[in-house]
Design a protein around this ligand. Structure first.
Ligand code: FE2
Ligand code: FE2
Length: 395
């Protein structure tokens, strides 16, 4: 099946994968021909892309690294935790002691659930050896929560590829899942602002690192390293990050004399930082669409060294396929100059050069299912066809 922007959907198009909201409720079943009302509803709910069956690559099924069930349950727990704690913000009337206790108990229960979610995610990610990126479909509105799950999944994949020990992987997964928990203290108008932040708003936004760390350190989670992943995920190798301007060495393993240097970024926070940037750039946001894979790759390579840890970036390109299965690509240069196709396979060791099923020739005429490995076509560049115009507001 193919992944297409919601703005390109036409009545009668058939969904290839079910769509759920952030609470896990089924919105539209797969295999159902969409009506104009359903398409309007998807736009109103601010979904950006969906998978459709259109006869071109229906045999190609995109696979998420984790099951729908684990993803949905985890997103729900993070979202509940967020909403529970953000009740503090802007509340001026004093709460009764009973209400306070009940809320503290609920927070503890939710945090325990999040801990169990981490085990489930770890088991599923480590059990499977599928070469896939993030394929889950999300709407803008539940971004913060589904982003947290994405960052955890990508961080585990990177951590496994970097041969972390099981206890380190666990700390990484927990820290990555809760890395943005401090955003619960940032007002919604800033969090979801559909445009650039003012310097003042930016300062408020940046406080999510310290506030998240304090929240976790005050006994909520009790994992020192995971808490520091939340604290340090916006630090940069050259010291230009926040909140403390820590430095990295662009290597993951520390020399003995450097091991306890407190001005260094923790290696697990450096892995989470790469997963965080990838998830952010590859997601549609209210103020910009997702970055096309080829631009994303160039951007991440540019960020390596000064911003992101070079060793982790190398692991990234060796671990995460650049072009998700089902995405449409245009070929430029070489024998297939001007052709269009759909990504149908990502092979180990060739994760930036997928197998593409050709769909249209340079004149826009359909091509009969020929598949080529772009790895064997070094002169051929892969690009994403021009992004569709931003969605007009609906309803
Ligand atoms: Fe963050
Ligand atoms: Fe983040």
């Amino acid at each position: 099946m193919r992944r297409i922007p919601v703005s390109m959907l036409r009545p009668g198009d058939v969904l290839g994968l079910p769509l759920r909201n952030d609470r896990g409720d089924l919105l539209v079943r797969e295999g159902v021909p969409l009506t104009a009302e359903m398409i309007s509803s998807l736009r109103r709910r601010r979904y950006y892309a969906v998978y459709v069956r259109d006869g071109i690559a229906d045999d190609v099924i995109p696979q998420d690294v984790i099951s729908d069930r684990v993803r949905t349950v985890t997103v729900r727990h993070i979202s509940e935790l967020f909403h529970l704690s953000s009740l503090d913000v802007g509340e001026d009337r004093p709460r009764t002691r009973g209400a306070e206790l009940a809320r503290a108990r609920k927070t503890q229960r939710l945090l325990e659930s999040v801990r169990q979610d981490v085990d489930l995610i770890l088991n599923e990610v480590l059990d499977h050896d599928i070469l896939t990126g993030i394929t889950a479909l999300k709407s803008y509105d539940d971004y913060t929560f589904s982003h947290s799950v994405d960052v955890a999944v990508i961080a585990i994949l990177l951590g496994r590829s970097l041969r972390l020990r099981p206890d380190e992987l666990h700390q990484l997964a927990l820290g990555a899942l809760l890395h943005d928990i401090g955003k619960m203290f940032v007002p919604d108008e800033i969090l979801n602002k559909p445009g650039p932040l003012t310097p003042e708003e930016m300062r408020t936004m940046q406080q999510h690192t310290e506030l998240g760390f304090q929240y976790l350190a005050e006994g909520a989670i009790g994992d020192y390293v995971a808490n520091h992943v939340a604290f340090q995920h916006h630090e940069r190798q050259d010291g230009s990050g926040y909140p403390r301007g820590l430095h990295g060495t662009n290597r993951l393993r520390r020399e003995e004399h450097d091991r306890f240097n407190r001005s260094r970024i923790h290696p697990l926070a450096e892995i989470a930082a790469v997963a965080d940037v990838y998830s952010a750039l590859s997601s549609d946001r209210p103020y910009r669409p997702a970055m096309p894979p080829e631009t994303l790759a160039a951007t991440m390579r540019q960020m390596a060294g000064r911003h992101l840890n070079e060793e982790v970036i190398r692991a990234f390109f060796a671990t995460i396929p650049l072009f998700p299965i089902g995405s449409t690509v245009r070929l430029t240069g070489g024998r297939y100059d001007g052709f269009t196709g759909v990504v149908v396979e990502n092979r180990p060791g060739q994760l930036t050069r997928p197998v593409v099923r050709l769909t249209l020739d340079p004149h826009g005429q359909p091509v009969e299912g020929e598949e080529i490995s772009t790895h064997a076509e070094p002169d051929c560049e892969l690009t994403t066809p021009a992004p569709t115009p931003p969605l007009a507001p609906v309803g």
